[in-house]
Design a protein around this ligand. Sequence first.
Ligand code: ATP
Ligand code: MG
Length: 371
Amino acid sequence: MVDLLPEQIGLWQHIEATARGHFQRAAIREIRTPLLEATELFARGIGEATDVVGKEMYTFLDRGERSCTLRPEGTASVVRAAIQHGLLSQGAQRLWYAGPMFRYERPQAGRLRQFHQIGLEFLGFADPRSDVEAIAVAWDLLADLGVQQLRLELNSLGSAEDRTHYREALVAWLSERRDQLDPDSLDRLTRNPLRILDSKNEATQALLAGAPTLADALAPESRERFARVQAGLTALGIPFQLNPRLVRGLDYYSHTAFEITSSQLGAQATVCGGGRYDGLVEQLGGPPTAAIGWALGLERLVLLLAQAQEAAAFAKQLKRADRSGAAWAVLIGDSEAEQGQVILKPLRGEPPAGDNSGEHLPLQELLERFA
Ligand code: ATP
Ligand code: MG
């Protein structure tokens, strides 16, 4: 868990204000729920077999011997609040939230134990156009913030029935090959077989190339629905890639599932993830209610924006060097400084074909060359 110091806070406030503006313009209203919930809510809502509930929750007994959990995500709490306060009887709800979430994970860049999410939930919307709109709100927000080179990956998990059929086919296929599965996947084979699809193990990934796919298991109506979501995104000019392995970590998803990723984030590449969860409201005791939502990780977004700002500052310095009339620029970044290297970049004449990045050389060699 980290402190956010005054020098970092500007970027956070900028993101929060920009998001608030987008939500206001789209008539999406804010909701704030407690950080602490009864453990039961997440066990029922997210699913016992998921990583989040099985391994990552901060759970403890309070002084009244009740099992409490620091919320690991926002959707279950928002749905609980909507049911508890009868919001759904007032019509469909377009809601957003922001705040800290808690997961007991191994901390690394872009993965913390207290992290922050901004999220959106559309409750009472079944039409494929609502999937498109939800995704478009996230996409526009990220574009407006100036995040570049994003990739939208899309899949359909089908209906609960489609998934039951698929699960059977997948388990049958994998069971014949259990000797080739890594221990984690073997464990998931009985607990949560669909999650094997996004295993990080390379041998398992290679094995899965021949496995039956979810796309083949979709009923015609599910397929038609997915086609309409894709057509809607295309009509809005939002590019996407289909990823048949994208299953998402939480149990409650159905039909559309998506992630927005950036290659600049290393292993923690997903900035925003979401999907449709038509069964959740009913599962938590509310009326049958179609719904779709997403959550965006603020720490990862801040990392991306800080990188972009650095690159922009760098480009500005180069422009100044160019205007100065100098023949060469010498660039020394953090990694160069560590290795005693410099980058020598010619500012005049044609750059060597195809390469504009400059020449790496040891500092000593530079000094000799220009002595
Ligand atoms: P991951 O695959 O990276 O573990 P997830 O599927 O667990 O992500 P979600 O539950 O969908 O993530 O949460 C939505 C977003 O919240 C993620 O895409 C990510 O940006 C962010 N997020 C999730 N867990 C963490 C964490 N421990 N630290 C920082 N950000 C996180
Ligand atoms: Mg996770």
